[in-house]
Design a protein around this ligand. Sequence first.
Ligand SMILES: [Ca+2]
Length: 382
Amino acid sequence: MKTYTSPFDVAWRPTLALRHITAAFLLLAAFAGHATSQPHAKARKATHHKAAVRQAPTHGPAYGKTTAALALADELAQQHNLPKAWVREQISQAQYLKGVPKMVLPPTVPTAKNWRAYRERFIDSRRIDAGTQFWQTYQSDLARAEQTYGVPAEMIVGIIGVETFYGQNMGNYRVLDTLTTLTLNFPAAHPRAAERQAFFKSELGHFLAQAHQQGDAGATGSFAGAMGWPQFMPSSAAKFAVDFDGDGRIDLRNSPIDAIGSVANYFKAFGWQTGMPTHYPVSFDEARLDKPTLLAPDILPSFSVSNFTAKGAVLDESAQKHNGQLALVELFNGDEPPSYVAGTDNFYVVTRYNWSSYYALAVIELGQAVKAATSVNTQRKN
Ligand SMILES: [Ca+2]
């Protein structure tokens, strides 16, 4: 969870980009990031995002005790009831990261969204193997999370796999530096500069509150400040993270078990309904198809099964028994025809982690692939 603005207008997390910079260049270019997790009602157009594939930003000078830095420190200290001197010390030590402001700018050159290319990036044998290992290692914790929060293991496994490749890519930016940079040097060229700058300032406040409590302001994360195995933004960590390994502290960077419980708790908090599928296959009866109406609410489930089918959507038997609303989710495939699924309320919940239907379906399909591979492995062993 994340940092996010829309899935497509926030840069790809460079933490990922840096690890896969060569092989994934084209895919990254086609899919600028899914980095943040602010809920967003609608997936934006995927566009080329040059900043997303830049090298790590160079460290500039520390902010020092400038008027702006001290004013920011005092404001955040007051908001979070932190010692003013301590916050001043942290902010004055924060370093300006030269490349980071550009990374949050919307892409300049639009490119075609491509679900198949996006999917390939996340659902591959290396990630599935790592997921299988993760599942086997944390089987009992995943089962406990499922029991506690009602969220299936494969959803948790899908999220952690897409977010950080099972802990392999958690980000190497000092969060204090990135969030201070995005607060004090947010790019004025951004179309929603004031709103986004306020967002990062708020995240910086949450980060400092947590850092003070933990006695450590040196945490690393993505360029946008997302941290740990599940890439939670500080505000999400404050609201949804849990101590799931029972050691008395929440540690999303060093405890995969805390990450497991926290992802499940996040889903539960956003309304995950136990037992409900995320989506169903859908085809069309062209004779009565009213696609514009079906697509109008985007990914927000708005149609009963009878409404949905009356407008030309064709559902299989299990989908016809669905108890709840559906959305027609359209995923573009570049020059090829789009893919469609009938998304449920639970599909929508997955997009609260990151506002993108492409992201959500990748999470779901990765989780399913890992589940299938894990079950094959288990059968072999038995
Ligand atoms: Ca813990």
